[in-house]
Design a protein around this ligand. Structure first.
Ligand code: B3K
Ligand code: ZN
Length: 862
């Protein structure tokens, strides 16, 4: 497949004013498309041929202005149709035939369970018919769907239902019209036998919007949380951004088989069922939070993505980074700022930082791609959101929101660029944002190094700051970027020292703006050497180096107000202890950590959810990103040792907290459960029989958070209680696919026994299906969270993943390419083991591969 470059962007030669689609669903599906086309007046070339994208279907007919074309009148390639001579304005009729039953890519029109549904972003629409499959061609869509009334009683598409009726032979039809201009990637269609749960929402201006969730029969009772989340998101966007929903109907359909989380199709969102369905018996509190944030994310896209879309896929972060930022703010506003921020940062550091340091590193606005689906990444999404957050930090929330509103006003109904977004903020704020253009255009995580000194005679506290950037793989010089560092200084009694602003380096009393490579900040009138804390709220997506002493970290952990900074201190203490255990066994750092945690535990508990986060140990995959080269066996032993030491040092308080795991819903109970689960997880490592029995008992709890917490705690402990609990769980939830995914993930992630063999047998398990969620549960968990098994010394783990990727690539390249992330980091692994992983990559590269997998493997071997 060819590489596409951002610099090669050209305006579309033809525009589409109207699209009329007619789907006739039978054994196969026939699609008749009528496109009103005209030459783009902004493009000068008068006789350019018409070139349309399309693949994976049979072409039955092509007609221009009702004149049927013969095969000699057009040319077809694998993925294009070209008609050399067309009028300036004409109607094109295309008839295609598709086989959704055989479509395993889950892109275009495919079957999931008993329903047919679509996924068009990024380029799935051209699996349905010939079309200019690019986001800057916006059109009006009207859609007629016809099918068997019994098999497919529900027929949906975007916009408003305008007509429906019965047809001979037990068939029926529905016609939908979407009044808003949209690119074809936002097209959607669903045909199925689904239950509908309806509710209503009254917008700020008093309009009534019908909210409809479509789910498999029997799942009706699992919709209320998603419904309530949707209403909260609608209210939040009105209150914070002044944005109202614009149609009279908002539909969400839950599909079992879905390549990603969800899709924001105009008026008809399609969701992975795991982000819709929840009951306390089947979903954990974390699942509840995930549903709320994905529901909000897709809803927020209605403005940031749909009303204003992207000019080309290089601008993907324009809609994704901004929308992730919006859903993060929503969750922070609703569920507590610190805990939510901690979770986002943990995710960023565990996934995005390694990506940005590996072979797939790319700018938030990439310069080129081979397969665009490979660029729906943590960099485009989460780092993109961090850039938007920094802009807000710098401009202030009110100016920032006014800037977003201006951007939406100026580009409503059109396709925009990241440049347009920045320009709107510049116009609104009167500030130059060139520095942020650099954030969008260069890959890599900046490193900020800070040193301090205090001069008692002059009473000056001096900070030296420096930013540095790892060299880019292609040798391009790295440029400096603006880095907002929120900070605090405290005196020895823990009181905050107020600092007067000194623009431009210190634009606000609590904010350093590091724009150059180096800067020195002198803070006058300081009575004694202060305790600093940097990057409050994680104000910039950077790594920060500062030689905190253990005492400083302890006092930050215990007394800092900023919850994020407390967590950061805990993480640093844990990392130090972990490194010490890995290198030489327990010493000062381990003692400092245990002492700090004991003091923390002795305090009255104020915020249980935060305390749970403070106690949580860094994950294996996060630790793996912190050591180089990675020696998985050493890493996991050191982590196990740390877990046990913490359990032994805190047995008293952990026992108290773990005993309070309530089974009723609600936020304060969820906080208790979070604290109970992390406590039980530590305690389990002592292998005391009484604790193992508690685990077995709680694994049978009717509350999924409690049950799953107990299983997680037991999961790495080789004991009969674990076996019994896992077996009982399997029997209990055999017929609940979303819960069964949890069982598969636990098995794939367990450190006990022969992990590689166990994963192999999971793939043969009678309950295994190659559904994307199930595949992620088994193979994704295996490589990411089971370092011991995956990095087995003989390379069997690598070969297992490589074989599965090769196999899956033939049916679902997107899922296969996601799993490739487990193979990319071979250079970071200790030799000679790295060569075993490399051999798997080489092996793969010699097989026929999709563009998706081919691009990643190729880059990893460079
Ligand atoms: N926009 C979709 C992602 C589409 C992925 C295509 N491979 C979901 C989202 O970000 O909201
Ligand atoms: Zn999105």
């Amino acid at each position: 497949a060819a590489e596409v470059f951002r610099k090669d962007y050209r305006l579309p030669a033809f525009l589409v004013d109207q699209v009329d689609l007619a789907f006739d669903i039978r054994e196969r599906t026939t699609v008749q498309a009528r496109l009103q086309l005209r030459r783009n007046p902004a493009v000068a070339i008068a006789d350019e041929p018409l070139v349309l994208d399309g693949r994976g279907f049979d072409l039955l007919e092509v007609a221009v202005d009702d004149r049927r074309l013969g095969v000699g009148d057009y040319q077809r390639t694998d993925d294009r149709l070209q008609i050399a001579v067309v009028p300036d304005r004409f109607t094109l009729r295309i008839v295609t035939q598709l086989d959704p039953e055989q479509n395993t890519t889950l892109e275009g029109l495919y079957r999931s369970g008993s329903m047919l549904c679509t996924q068009c972003e990024a380029r799935g629409f051209s699996r349905i018919t010939y079309y200019p499959d690019r986001p800057d061609v916006l059109s009006r869509f009207s859609v007629r769907v016809e099918a068997d009334a019994q098999r497919f009683p529900v027929l949906l598409s975007n916009g408003n239902p305008v007509e429906s009726g019965a047809l001979p032979d037990g068939r029926h039809y529905t016609v939908w019209d979407d009044p808003f201009l949209k690119p074809c990637y936002l097209f959607a269609l669903v045909a199925g036998d689904l239950a509908c749960i309806e509710d209503h929402y009254t917008t700020a201006s008093g309009r009534d919007v019908a909210l409809r969730f479509y789910v498999d029969h029997g799942n009706e009772a699992r919709v209320p949380h998603a419904m309530a989340s949707l209403k909260r998101a609608m209210r939040w966007d009105e209150q914070v951004y002044g944005l109202e929903y614009d149609l009279d109907l908002y539909m969400v359909v839950a599909a079992r088989d879905f390549n990603m989380g969800a899709m924001e199709n105009k008026g008809l969102n399609l969701f992975n069922a795991r982000y819709v369905l929840a009951s306390p018996q089947t979903a954990t509190d974390a699942d509840y939070d995930g549903i709320e944030s994905v529901i909000a994310h897709e809803y927020f896209h209605n403005w940031t993505g749909n009303r204003v879309t992207c000019r080309d896929w290089f601008q993907l972060s324009l809609k994704e980074g901004l929308t992730v930022f919006r859903d993060q703010c929503f969750s922070q506003d609703l569920n507590g700022e610190a805990v939510h921020r901690i979770q986002s940062v943990r995710q960023l550091r565990t996934v995005q930082f390694p990506e940005d340091a590996g072979p797939m590193a790319h700018p938030v606005r990439p310069d080129s791609y081979v397969e665009i689906n490979n660029f729906y990444t943590a960099t485009v999404y989460e780092k993109g959101a961090e850039i938007v957050r920094m802009i807000q930090t710098l401009l202030g929330r009110d100016t920032f929101i006014a800037g977003v509103q201006r951007y939406l006003r100026e580009h409503d109904g059109s396709a925009a660029t990241i440049e347009d977004f920045l320009a709107a903020h510049e116009a609104e704020s009167g500030r130059n944002l060139d520095g942020f253009r650099r954030w969008y255009s260069q890959p890599g995580t900046p490193l900020v190094t800070i040193t301090d000194e205090y001069d008692a005679r002059s009473r000056v506290y001096r900070l030296r700051l420096k930013q540095s950037h790892a060299p880019s793989p292609n040798g391009a010089p790295k440029q400096m970027v603006p880095i907002p560092i929120r900070f605090a200084l405290r005196d020895h009694d823990g009181r905050r020292i107020s600092v007067s602003p000194q623009p431009p380096l210190l634009p606000a009393p609590d904010l350093i703006l590091l724009e150059d490579e180096e800067a020195v900040l002198n803070v006058p009138d300081i009575g004694s050497s202060p305790n600093p804390s940097f990057l409050l709220g994680f104000s910039a997506p950077v790594r920060l180096q500062f030689a905190y002493t253990s005492d400083q970290l302890v006092s930050l952990l215990l007394d800092e107000e900023d919850g994020f900074a407390r967590w950061e201190a805990a993480q640093r203490l844990m990392l130090n202890a972990f490194f010490e255990l890995q290198a030489s066994g327990p010493g000062d750092d381990t003692r400092a950590l245990l002492d700090a945690l004991q003091r923390l535990a002795a305090r009255p508990v104020e915020d249980r959810a935060l305390l749970a986060e403070l106690l949580r140990m860094p994950s294996e995959s996060y630790l793996a990103s912190q050591v180089q080269p990675l020696d998985a066996a050493r890493l996991t032993s050191a982590r196990d040792a740390l877990r046990l030491r913490i359990a032994q040092a805190l047995t008293g308080p952990l026992s108290v907290w773990s005993a309070a795991a309530p089974e009723e819903p609600g936020a304060s109970n969820a906080a208790r459960r979070a604290l109970a689960n992390v406590s039980l997880w530590y305690l389990m490592s002592t292998r005391v029989n009484r604790v193992l029995d508690i685990g077995l008992k709680q694994a049978a709890s009717p509350n999924m958070t409690v049950a799953f917490g107990a299983l997680t705690a037991l999961n790495d402990i080789d004991c009969p209680q674990r076996e019994a609990a896992m077996d009982a769980f399997l029997q209990r939830f055999r017929h609940e696919p979303l819960v069964l995914d949890k069982w598969f993930a636990l098995q794939a992630g367990s450190a006990i026994g022969q992990g590689v063999e166990r994963v192999r047998s999971l793939l043969q398990h009678p309950d295994f299906t190659p559904n994307p969620n199930r595949l992620r549960a088994v193979l994704g968990t295996f490589w990411r969270e089971n370092l011991r098994a995956y990095h087995r010394a003989d390379g069997a783990g690598y070969r297992l993943l490589g074989d599965q990727i090769a196999h899956l690539d033939r049916s679902n390249p997107q899922i296969a390419a996601r799993l490739c992330d487990g193979l990319l980091g071979w250079k970071d692994i200790v030799p000679p083991q790295n060569q075993l992983l490399r051999a798997v990559l080489v092996d793969l590269s010699q097989q026929p591969l999709s563009a998706d997998v081919g691009e990643k493997i190729g880059k990893a071997l460079l």
